[in-house]
Unconditional design. Structure first.
Length: 78
């Protein structure tokens, strides 16, 4: 589920019937650049704004950045 965090959305891992996503094939260098962009520290998962998790998709396994804070007061996006 996506939530409105103000200047950007945040995804939370929740059980849903499914979600529409875009999947890209990237290499390790590109993943490291995305980690930097998202502020994710692979050596300290859970310490930053996002965690990175693997999800099964119809195209195989894919990484997704999951918002690491509470969303109780945030608006869900369709």
């Amino acid at each position: 589920m996506l939530y409105d965090l103000g200047p950007y959305p945040g995804a939370k891992a929740e059980k849903l019937a499914g979600a529409v996503v875009e999947i890209y094939a990237i290499n390790a260098k590109q993943l490291a650049l995305l980690d930097q962009l998202e502020g994710y520290l692979p050596h300290a998962p859970g310490q930053e704004l996002y965690n990175r998790a693997i999800f099964n998709t119809q195209h195989g396994k894919a990484w997704c950045y999951i918002y690491n804070s509470e969303v109780d007061e945030k608006t869900q996006l369709d």
